[in-house]
Design a protein around this ligand. Structure first.
Ligand code: TXA
Ligand code: MG
Length: 361
C-alpha cells in the first residue's frame, strides 16, 4: 500500500500554511476514515493511528497494521462532548465533572459501552475508552472523519509510542493510507486512563493528568495496584498494560542510588561494554550529565522538571535504536518524583521499557 504523507502547518518556503490548504488536507484525511481506511494523526500526547471507531472492519485493520493482539482495546477519540452520549450507556456524575475539568486534553475515561460500538473496537469488552484530544489538527480531523476515531498509539506493537512523525513513518509507511505530520505533540506520554464505571474513579494508566489533579475534582480516587507494585499477582485492569511496552532494542537498566554512586556505576558498566566493542547509551540529567562517558548520552533536563523528562523519554528510546545501542543505563527518577505526580507516569513507562530491570548501588 502506498502511504500518503502530508505536512500541516508550514509550507516549503517556511511560511504558515493557509487555513484553506489545511482544510483541504484534513477533508481528504476525513474521507479516508469514512471510507474505512487508516490515517495516523498528531495529538497533544503521542501520534495516533486512526480508523472509524464504529466500523468493525476499520478496527480489524488497525490491529493488523500495528501487529497488536486483538484483546487489547482501542481508545475512541471524539471532538465534541455532545458526541459522547451516543457511544456510552450512561455518563456518571463524576465523569461529567472530569470531562468539564480536563477535556479536551490528555485524559481517557472508561464507560459502559452502547451497542453502536463494535466489540472489535473494544477488544471484546462491554466497556469503551473515550478521549477528547486538544490538539487542533486532531479535533478538526475527527470532525471531518465522522466524529468517532478509534486510535491506539501509531507505533508497531511493543515499540515506544511515536512523538515525531519520522517515527510514525518508520513504523507505518506502506501499512496505512495516510500520515499527517504536524507540530504540537508536546506531552510525550500517553493519556491518563481512568475507569469511571465504579463508585470511586480508578486510574488504570498514569499520565499527565495526575492523581492529585483528579482527586481535586472528584474527591477520592483509586489506582490499579499493578501500577505501583510490579510484584502484584493481579492482571492490570487496562489489558494493554500487561504487554512489554515502549522497549528499545538494546538492554535497558535503571540505576538507583546516591547520584555520585550512580554515575560511578554507570561509567564502569559502559566502559566494560565499550571494551567489548558494544555501543552504550545513558539517560542522565542536567545535574550529572557532564560526568558520563558513553557512545550516546541523553540529557533529560533538570531532575526537578518531570515535564521535560516525559516529553523526551520516547524520543530517547527511539534514538538509541537509530544509533544501534546495545546497552542503555538510565538514572532512576523514583525519588525525585516521589510526589506521585507526573514522575509516577514517567517511572511507569521507564520501568516497562526496562522490563523492570533495576540496579540499586
Ligand atoms: O494518549 C493516548 O491515549 C494515545 C493517543 C493516540 O490518544 N493513545 C493510546 O492508545 O495510548 P493505546 O491503544 O496505545 O493505549 C490504550 C490503552 C491500552 O492499554 C488499552 O488496554 C486501554 O487503553 N484500554 C482501552 N480500552 C479499554 C477498556 N475498555 N478498559 C480498560 N482499558 C482499556
Ligand atoms: Mg500504545
Amino acid at each position: 500500500m502506498k502511504t500518503k504523507i502530508v505536512t500541516i502547518g508550514k509550507t516549503e518556503s517556511g511560511k504558515t500554511e493557509s487555513p484553506e490548504s489545511v482544510e483541504e488536507k484534513l477533508a481528504e484525511a476525513g474521507r479516508i476514515i469514512r471510507q474505512g481506511g487508516l490515517v495516523a494523526f498528531p495529538t497533544e500526547t503521542v501520534y495516533g493511528l486512526g480508523g472509524d471507531a464504529l466500523n468493525p472492519e476499520s478496527s480489524r485493520k488497525i490491529y493488523a497494521a500495528k501487529g497488536r493482539p486483538c484483546d487489547n482495546p482501542l481508545i475512541v477519540h471524539i471532538a465534541e462532548l455532545s458526541y459522547l452520549e451516543r457511544i456510552v450507556c450512561d455518563i456518571p456524575g463524576k465523569a461529567q465533572k472530569l470531562a468539564d475539568a480536563f477535556w479536551p486534553g490528555p485524559l481517557t475515561m472508561i464507560f459502559r459501552k452502547a451497542a453502536v460500538v463494535p466489540k472489535q473496537t473494544t477488544g471484546g469488552l462491554d466497556t469503551v475508552a473515550v478521549r477528547m484530544p486538544s490538539h487542533p489538527v486532531a479535533t478538526s480531523f475527527i470532525k471531518k472523519a465522522g466524529g468517532y476515531v478509534a486510535a491506539p498509539s501509531a507505533n508497531l506493537s511493543g515499540k515506544p509510542s511515536p512523538t515525531l512523525a519520522k517515527y510514525v513513518i518508520q513504523d507505518m509507511d506502506g501499512r496505512i493510507d495516510m500520515i499527517i505530520d504536524a507540530e504540537g505533540v508536546e506531552i510525550g506520554l500517553e493519556s491518563t486512563i481512568v475507569d469511571v464505571t465504579g463508585t470511586v474513579p480508578m486510574i488504570l494508566r498514569p499520565g499527565y493528568i495526575t492523581q492529585q489533579m483528579l482527586s481535586a475534582v472528584v474527591g477520592e480516587t483509586d489506582m490499579d495496584v499493578t501500577i505501583y507494585d510490579s510484584s502484584s499477582p493481579q492482571a492490570p485492569k487496562a489489558p494493554g498494560m500487561k504487554y512489554r511496552h515502549y522497549a528499545p532494542r538494546g538492554e535497558l537498566v535503571i540505576v538507583e542510588g546516591e547520584p555520585q554512586q550512580v554515575v560511578r556505576y554507570i561509567n564502569v558498566q559502559t566502559a566494560l561494554h565499550e571494551a567489548e566493542g558494544k555501543r552504550t547509551g545513558i539517560i542522565g540529567t542536567q545535574e550529572t550529565i557532564a560526568q558520563y562517558h558513553a557512545f550516546s548520552i541523553k540529557n533529560a533536563g533538570s531532575r526537578s522538571d518531570a515535564k521535560a523528562v516525559a516529553r523526551q523519554l520516547y524520543t530517547f528510546l527511539r534514538e538509541f535504536d537509530d544509533e544501534d545501542i546495545a546497552y542503555i543505563y538510565a538514572e532512576s527518577f523514583a525519588e525525585t518524583f516521589a510526589d506521585k505526580g507526573l514522575g509516577q507516569a514517567v517511572m511507569n513507562r521507564l520501568l516497562k521499557a526496562a522490563g523492570h530491570k533495576v540496579v540499586h548501588v
